[in-house]
Design a protein around this ligand. Structure first.
Ligand code: ADP
Ligand code: MG
Length: 254
């Protein structure tokens, strides 16, 4: 079966600084993958390349068979400059460390905005779906609240509902709990675990929450210095790491 996400031979440079080195990574449909590694190792950059928020310098990335950054027209590849169109076409959603909710919209409006504006979903239908998603993330009573009236954990749960509202095939999380007060981390991880267990989405999570990775990941990938250093099941990578860099990192975070 073809992978849902295929990263082949990807290099990424920022100016004269190379930050990704020959990355190869195939992620199966429905797989849940946790990406771990020290700060600055290129985890966010890799997610951003998959979501076409960054251009790559070498290699190819495909999501659900579609070449990221290009559009096939009459058998020829054309470079795509419209990033939002690309994301919409391949169906990736992303949840960021800093929530990034629209501050002037209620929770309900945040969740239903893109389905209405980008997909053309009728308003009533988009609102109904948004309400059911807010219910699902435990915020049924907060549909009319603005981000400033919500805790960080509640805002992040709205952001998750917003990403899911577009019915993406691939959902990317970049350190979704890193900006939260410790007592709010659990409620967001619970929502994510529920998504992993009940949805068919392919999910990639950059996280320092090793307990979460151990509990729900199918695979853990450890990156350092722009390279994939080691990967395997949570038990393999977290309990018996083979590489010295992995051991060093794990002893610092656990
Ligand atoms: P991680 O998410 O693992 O902490 P990043 O992907 O954010 O790592 O960063 C990898 C490297 O790329 C770092 O050296 C960082 O400074 C650099 N970097 C990230 N984004 C940019 C950017 N927009 N411009 C220049 N350098 C960047
Ligand atoms: Mg990062």
């Amino acid at each position: 079966m073809n992978p849902m996400i295929s990263v082949e031979g990807v290099d990424k440079w920022f100016g004269t600084n190379q930050v990704l080195f020959d990355i190869d990574l195939q992620i199966a449909e429905g797989e849940m993958l946790c990406l771990i590694g020290p700060s600055g190792s290129g985890k966010s950059t890799l997610l951003r390349c998959i979501n076409h928020l960054e251009e790559i310098n070498t290699g190819r990335i495909r999501v659900d068979g579609e070449l990221i950054g290009y559009q096939e027209k009459r058998g020829r590849l054309h470079e795509l400059t419209e990033h939002a169109a690309c994301r919409q076409r391949v169906g990736t959603g992303m949840v960021f460390q800093q929530f990034n909710l629209f501050p002037h919209m209620t929770a309900l409006e945040n969740v239903s905005f893109a389905p209405i504006k980008i997909k053309g979903t009728p308003k009533a239908e988009a609102h109904e779906h948004a309400r059911s998603l807010l219910e699902r993330v435990g915020l049924g009573g907060k549909a009319g609240s603005y981000p400033s009236q919500l805790s960080g954990g509640q805002q992040q749960r709205v952001a998750i509902a917003r990403a899911v509202a577009m019915r993406p095939k691939v959902l990317l999380f970049d350190e979704p709990t890193s900006a939260l007060d410790p007592e709010l981390v659990g409620e967001v991880l619970e929502v994510m675990k529920d998504l992993v267990r009940t949805s068919q989405m392919t999910i990639v999570v950059v996280t320092h929450e090793m307990g979460f990775a151990r509990e729900v990941a199918d695979r853990v990938v450890f990156m350092a210095d722009g390279r994939i250093v080691e990967q395997g099941t949570p038990a393999q990578v977290l309990d018996s790491p083979q590489n010295e860099r992995t051991r060093e990192f794990l002893s610092a975070v656990i």
